[in-house]
Write a protein that binds this ligand. Structure first.
Ligand SMILES: Cc1cc2nc3c(=O)[nH]c(=O)nc-3n(C[C@H](O)[C@H](O)[C@H](O)COP(=O)(O)O)c2cc1C
Ligand SMILES: O=C(O)C(=O)c1ccccc1
Length: 386
């Protein structure tokens, strides 16, 4: 069993002088370095949230009012971080959240491929966004042996939605994560103040542009008609889904359907009743609705309804201790968003892999010192509101 905490020994060296990591090991330093290194339009897009960003900040600060209680005289010298998800055993409970237009996080424009290479290097699955710059097939190939999930922004055109889902299934993705909270983007002052839609520069949206149904709808070659292709994408983006669409969504695939953005316990109940296979608590990292409560504070209510059904979680996870707290509150798997984007910006695939390894190392060491040899023990210990 790998000991993720050993990553700190690599950095320290064998007591004989260590190495200064190219990318920082903590989030605060990582952000400062990313702020200095990233082109402003990319930084605004990645770092920004909606409104005055109070919800984004609350996502993070809410972790401070959850505390863990250590257990002593427990043999936690060996830790098992593995989880069961969608019929697979995964080595860790971590995954990379879907981040649209990740391509722009690396200078070569292929940040999605770099993120997938980080997945291959760490065993941490990437949930690939519909809005990846590179085609979903190539992104999964770059993930190597690490499984991937496909995030669906459901287009208004049902044939195009069906095409994206069937391509993802054919490519070998293991779940379809349907994002519910972003059929329109929220009010994002940082992007608006730059006066453009910064995400759409350069080589983008290959999932649409390479799709046979999209090409049929455009009716002319994409590459020579880029402005029209982007216009069509804009008109097709963002079907408003309701519970009545669940039967249709499920009819598109044999893969598990995960609903991303479920926060209210009544919605969790409805999701279960209409056939969802997993729930995903998230407020989109505070990028959609400002003024809401922190995502982590909504997790226990959804977990209480979910029973044995897996509950994924993201929004505000910045460290290994945040991961352990989310697991203690009942998450089956925990998503990291912005931190890996900053890793990509600072050192490509290696930078993202480093960020993930640091988070895993801290989580593993938390479990070691707290006397939690398994995730089942983390969950049993729970977290206390302080
Ligand atoms: C730059 C950026 C782009 C995003 N694009 C998507 C997307 O394409 N699809 C999606 O479901 N969520 C998207 N999200 C939301 C993330 O999946 C995730 O919910 C959020 O980043 C988690 O919060 P964190 O960044 O605080 O970890 C995006 C987030 C960021 C920061
Ligand atoms: O920025 C986002 O969070 C996101 O999901 C998105 C939505 C539309 C276009 C680009 C990104």
């Amino acid at each position: 069993m790998p000991h993720y905490g050993d990553y700190q020994n690599l950095i320290y060296g064998a007591g004989l002088g260590g190495v200064v990591p190219k990318v920082p090991v903590d989030f605060a330093t990582l952000v400062r370095r990313a702020e200095a290194a990233m082109p402003p339009y990319v930084l605004n897009y990645v770092q920004g949230g909606c409104g005055d960003e109070v919800t984004q900040e609350r996502n993070r600060s809410a972790f401070d009012h959850w505390g863990m209680v250590p257990r002593m005289m427990v043999d936690s010298a060996a830790r098992d971080l593995s989880i069961e998800l969608f019929g697979m055993t995964l080595p860790t409970p971590l995954f990379m959240c879907p981040i649209g237009v990740t391509g722009i996080c690396t200078q070569d424009g292929h940040g999605d491929i770099a993120a997938a290479e980080a997945a291959a290097a760490t065993g941490v699955p990437l949930c690939a966004s519909t809005l990846s710059n590179d085609p979903l097939e190539d992104v999964l190939t770059a993930s190597g042996d690490t499984p991937g999930f496909f995030q669906l922004y459901t287009p208004r055109d049902k044939d195009l939605a069906a095409s994206l889902v069937s391509r993802a299934e054919k490519a070998g993705y293991k779940a379809i994560v349907v994002t519910l909270d972003t059929w329109v983007t929220g009010w994002r002052p940082r992007d608006l103040n730059t006066g453009n839609f910064p995400q759409l520069r350069g080589h983008v949206l290959e999932n649409y542009f390479g799709d046979p149904v999209f090409q049929r709808l455009l009716g002319k070659p994409v590459k020579e008609n880029m402005a029209e292709a982007i216009g069509l994408w804009g008109r097709l983006f963002g079907k408003v889904l309701t519970w009545d669409d669940m039967a249709w969504l499920k009819s598109l695939t044999k893969l598990p359907i995960v609903l991303k953005g479920i926060c209210h316990p009544d919605d969790a109940r409805r999701a279960i009743d209409t056939g969802a296979d997993a729930l995903y608590v998230s407020n989109h990292g505070g990028r959609q609705a400002n003024g809401g409560i922190a995502a982590i504070d909504m997790l226990p209510g959804v977990v209480a309804v979910a029973g044995e059904m897996p509950v994924l979680f993201d929004s505000g996870v910045r460290s290994g201790s945040d991961v352990v707290k989310a697991l203690a509150l009942g998450a089956r798997a925990v998503g990291v968003g912005r931190p890996y984007s900053y890793g990509l910006a600072l050192d490509g695939a290696a930078g993202a892999a480093h960020v993930l390894k640091c988070i895993l190392a801290e989580a593993d060491l938390m479990m070691a010192v707290n006397g939690y040899p398994t995730i089942a023990k983390v969950r049993e210990a729970g977290a206390v509101r302080v």
